[in-house]
Design a protein around this ligand. Sequence first.
Ligand code: BV8
Ligand code: ZN
Length: 298
Amino acid sequence: MVFSTSVDDFRDVLKRSENIVVVAGAGLSAASGLPTFREKGGLWRSLETSSLATPSSFNSDPSLVWQFYHHRRVKALEASPNAAHRVLAELAIPSFLKAVAPAAKSYHLITQNVDRLSVKAVMDLINKSDMNRTSYDSDDPRLDSVIEMHGRLFDIQCTSCGHCEEDLSNPLCPALGRAEELRDSNAQTSKIKPESIVVEELPRCRQCGELARPGVVWFDEKPRKLDEINNLVQRADLCLVVGTSSTVRPASGYAYRIQRHHGTVAVFNIEPTPGDARADFVFKGPCEVELPRVLGIT
Ligand code: BV8
Ligand code: ZN
């Protein structure tokens, strides 16, 4: 299949779409300064990094894995949503969605990212539109449209009682703060193993005091909300695939499944991806430029 690059044709499809799904990956947050997994020396390529996101690594060296996630928490706290996050967040607001997709009955962003930037972008919009509200209910339906299927960097999950809560504090515990200072400035690329922190000084569960872990989904662990996602994928008639190399299952199979039941697939990526060959539309370029341009939302 030869894909189209026509914005007008895409907008015509968008106008007719009823159940819209976005599948996003690390490329969505690239413009916010967070490295993707495939960039040279990025999170994905260096052996010890990619193997860190596993239960066995945590069980054998919780100190190293916590320092890896502490470093990512610090970077994610420094980052802000970019134009791509903001456009996708606007679609979560019913009035905005109706403006570009008048027939839309549902919209969901299924993100592989754990950096919380998509949630923050929706919260920023809610706060802006509900200026007089001092807080938002975490079950605000507009936030429900964001599904963080690989968990959340800022959730702290107990290894014993299962308690899980969001904690944005930095550092999470004094020992991680000290470790960050101790590590050399180019920690991400240096091969020096950081000082080990005794397990008693690692983050603990607020409920039972046992060792806590980052609330993310590691390899061979079950992604979050799979039933909900499968229902959405079954019903979707439009899928936007944004900033993902589509290498990790099950996320990598959603677009193909939507196409199989005659949904439309549009890929937004800076480089060609294996899915392009089957895509109906491909918009090549940075998603923080292409999403506003193609959706006509600035
Ligand atoms: C599961 C959270 C079952 C943690 C992550 C053998 C063969 C095939 C599959 C498997 C296999 N063995 C095991 C599996 C399954 C495995 C898997 O798929 N492995 C792969 C590596 C082969 N999957 C799992 O284990 C999953 N679980 O299957 O469970 C199960 C079921 C029921 C019950 C029990 C068990 C769980 C996987 C989740 C792993 N956790 N993250 C953390 O972040 O630390 S994965 C992590 O890496 C991300 O979440 C993401 O999913 C993945 C990276 O992918 P991308 O996001 O796409 O990022 P990448 O860097 O690769 O690409 C960036 C793209 O952006 C590029 O295309 C680039 O061109 C583009 N880009 C860059 N800048 C821009 C841009 N595009 C647009 N604009 C820009 N500015
Ligand atoms: Zn506990």
